[in-house]
Design a protein around this ligand. Structure first.
Ligand SMILES: [Zn+2]
Length: 48
């Protein structure tokens, strides 16, 4: 399962391939990053 966050209403949910937010119906979905992805991102930021 992937975790998603709706940037419109901040609703979080888990589903495989969401089309839109089950709460507000907007398509403003981003994938929630897991811990290792976050660490990678911090590493990239520090390099720049
Ligand atoms: Zn929403």
């Amino acid at each position: 399962m992937k975790k998603w966050i709706c940037t419109n209403c901040n609703y979080r949910f888990e589903t495989e391939n969401p089309k839109d937010c089950p709460y507000c119906g907007m398509e403003t979905l981003i994938k929630e990053k897991n811990a290792s992805e976050l660490l990678e991102e911090v590493g990239r930021l520090l390099e720049n």
